[in-house]
Ligand binder design. Structure first.
Ligand code: BJW
Length: 249
C-alpha cells in the first residue's frame, strides 16, 4: 500500500540502511486499523459509560468481578473476530532485514503473533489467557458452573484475564528483556502508543539516553513527540508499509 502523504526523510532512510539492532514498541494504535478500539478512545455501545482506567484495576475486579470479567469477555470476542492489518504484517517482514530485531508490545490482543511475528515481548499479558486471581497461576480449563467469573479448578478462587492491570507489576522477564534491548538498540520505533503508561513509556526514553535514534509513528502527538528524532504522523497501517520499502531487503 502506498500513501503519497508519507515521505521518509533521507536521514531516516540512511539510518534504516545502517541500523544493526532495531527495537519496536507498539501500543493500541497498531491494532486500531484491525478494528480493535484503542484504550483512550471513547468506548462504544454497551461499554460507552465505562472508562478503561476504572475497569483495568485489581480494585475494580474486587468491587465488581462480574462486570470486569464481562468487559474482557466482550473484548476477547472482538479480538477473535478481527485480523492483523498491514502494520502487523510490515513488522513481521521487517524482522529478517536487521541483524537484531526486538518487537515489544503493550497490546494484549495477540495480533502480532497472528501476523507471524515471533518472540514478541508482551509487557501487559494476553487477553486470551486466564489466570487465578488468588494464586496467580495460568489456568487453561475450568468446570462450567455458570459462575461469572468462573472459579479456579484448584482453589476455587476467581478467574481473571492474564493481563497486567494498573498497580500490578509487569512480568519480570518481559520488562527486563525489553529494557535491555532498548538500552542496546541503535534505532527505536514507538508505534501507536500514547506513551503515558509506565514503565512501558520509559523504554523510548531509555533508548534515547543510550544514544539510539527515536522514531515515532502516530497520527497524534504524544509526550514522546518532542523527544523523537523523527515523527511520521499517520496511521501505522499506512506508514509502516512505506517505511518497510526503505529497508534494504
Ligand atoms: C494510532 C492509530 C493508528 C490511534 N496508527 N497510531 C511512573 C510515573 C507515573 C505513573 C506511574 C509510574 N510508574 C507506574 C505508574 C503507575 C501506572 C501508570 O503508568 N499510570 C499512568 C497512567 C499515570 N503504571 C502501572 O500501574 C503499571 N504497573 C506498575 O508500574 O507496577 C508498579 C506499581 C506497583 C504498585 C503501585 C504502583 C506501581 C502497570 C501498567 C499496566 C497497564 N495496563 C493496561 C491494561 C492492560 C490490560 C487490558 O488491555 O485491559 O495496558 S492500561 C492500557 O494502557 C493498556 C495499554 O497497553 C496501555 C498503553 O496504552 P496505549 O497502547 O498507548 O493505548 P492508548 O489508547 O493510550 O493510545 C493509543 C495511541 O494510538 C494514541 O496515541 C493514538 O493517537 C494512536 N493511534 N490510531 C497509529 N491507526
Amino acid at each position: 500500500m502506498h500513501h503519497p502523504c508519507v515521505t521518509i526523510p533521507a536521514a531516516l532512510v540512511e539510518k534504516l540502511a545502517t541500523a544493526r539492532h532495531v527495537v519496536v514498541l507498539t501500543g493500541a494504535g497498531v491494532s486500531a486499523e484491525s478494528g480493535v478500539p484503542t484504550f483512550r478512545d471513547a468506548q462504544t455501545g454497551l461499554w460507552a459509560n465505562f472508562k478503561p482506567e476504572d475497569l483495568a484495576t485489581p480494585s475494580a475486579f474486587r468491587r465488581d468481578p462480574k462486570l470486569v470479567w464481562e468487559w474482557y469477555a466482550w473484548r476477547r470476542e472482538t479480538v477473535a473476530k478481527v485480523a492483523p492489518n498491514p502494520a502487523h504484517h510490515a513488522l513481521t517482514a521487517m524482522r529478517g532485514r536487521f541483524r537484531q530485531f526486538t518487537l515489544i508490545t503493550q497490546n494484549v490482543d495477540g495480533l502480532h503473533q497472528r501476523a507471524g511475528s515471533e518472540d514478541v515481548i508482551e509487557l501487559h499479558g494476553n487477553i486470551t489467557r486466564t489466570k487465578c486471581f488468588q494464586e496467580d497461576i495460568v489456568v487453561t480449563e475450568w468446570p462450567d458452573t455458570g459462575d461469572l467469573p468462573p472459579k479456579c479448578p484448584r482453589c476455587g478462587g476467581l478467574l481473571r484475564p492474564d493481563v497486567v492491570w494498573f498497580e500490578e507489576s509487569l512480568p519480570e522477564g518481559a520488562i527486563a528483556s525489553a529494557l535491555a534491548a532498548s538500552r542496546a538498540c541503535d534505532l527505536f520505533l514507538s508505534v501507536g502508543t500514547s506513551t503515558v503508561v509506565y514503565p512501558a513509556a520509559s523504554l523510548p526514553l531509555e533508548a534515547r539516553d543510550a544514544g539510539a535514534t527515536i522514531v515515532e509513528i502516530n497520527p497524534q502527538p504524544t509526550p514522546l513527540t518532542p523527544k523523537a528524532d523523527f515523527v511520521l504522523s499517520g496511521p501505522a497501517g499506512v506508514v509502516l508499509p512505506v517505511l518497510l520499502k526503505h529497508v534494504p531487503a
